[in-house]
Design a binder for this molecule. Sequence first.
Ligand code: ATP
Ligand code: MG
Length: 375
Amino acid sequence: MIIRKLKLVNFRNYKKIDISFDKKINIFIGDNAQGKTNILESIYFLALTKSYRTMDINLINKNSQATKVKGEIKSENIYKSLSVEFSKEKKECKINNNEVKKISDYITNLNVILTCPEDINILQGTPAERRNFLNIELSQISKNYIKKYNEFNRILKIRNNYLKMIYNSSGVDMRYLESVTENLVEREIDIYQERKRFIDFINDRISSIYEDISGIKNFKVSYVTNVDLDDFSKEKIREKLIAKYKNSLKKEIENGMTLYGPHRDDLAFLIEYDDIKLYGSQGQQKLAIIALKLSEIEIFKEITGTYPIILLDDIFSELDAKNRNKLIQHINKDIQVIITSNDTRGINKKFLNNAKIFKVIDGNIYEKVVGNNGK
Ligand SMILES: Nc1ncnc2c1ncn2[C@@H]1O[C@H](COP(=O)(O)OP(=O)(O)OP(=O)(O)O)[C@@H](O)[C@H]1O
Ligand SMILES: [Mg+2]
């Protein structure tokens, strides 16, 4: 899929701008604090209806009360217009000017893979940040995942409240807890299976990509559940979970919360058996994140039928020339990429000649005609 046009109204430091993208390579060049990342953030916001780096309220231009992002998308020869309008009072998402109420019907329409400096938190941050990564990626490609995940959270709250109630009073209905637990388990099965499938997909590719860009072999992502799942069939997951909840009932009542389940999942990024978070150099860690994002490209294609749009924020400044070229080779397919960079120095000439280049100066955007562009 590609984004053909983008319109921003009162988004961050942009008052009102329209951008037409190239169907392949787009590069936004500019000094610090001019608005380069804001462009990528607006596309991410259009895709997922939230920012990845701030609370939504900060997206509204400081002198305004509301913001609007609108994009024209082309996916498998179907044209769509998407928009998100946001103010303190409301958030409204539209497809072809019709309001879409259900978030799962909206966010599967525009698929993006973003690589940005904040990504390092996927490695170095808390397990919650790694689960957040899984949730964001899976909700873009699976309506079933969003549905089951939302149901899971709703039932989890009910179960936790009931566990607290049991602790505080006698004569409670244990059959009710059993039925809530069964309902919870059914949603957990889907979440575990979808996460496992996604991580398996990643592992089919990440080792060779990482070896190519870093020279290091045997990199993999390990899925860490707190219920020791080894067989991910429906029946086996159900069996394990029911037994786990049965054996931990006393402990869960004492704690007043559900201690086992996908809300406690984690990921480990391993070279051989060593966690890269503990042993990897900064450069190795950055490349690991890039390999992770690159390995997702084919998964999106396989599941959705079309390549996602790749957003690369400030990625070149962190890589040496050799790695920059390696990265370019990996994205040099029939994929739309939108890149930010402080300058064009060090970017492969051939790549630059095929790119549409935009200069960003203080919330204004100027198109530059370079090389083959504009023919
Ligand atoms: N809500 C807002 N209203 C107005 N201006 C804002 C708002 N939020 C951020 N800005 C401004 O946007 C600019 C930062 O934009 P952005 O993060 O896109 O910079 P950048 O070009 O990516 O810079 P760098 O190269 O340092 O990453 C800053 O000048 C900041 O003051
Ligand atoms: Mg930036």
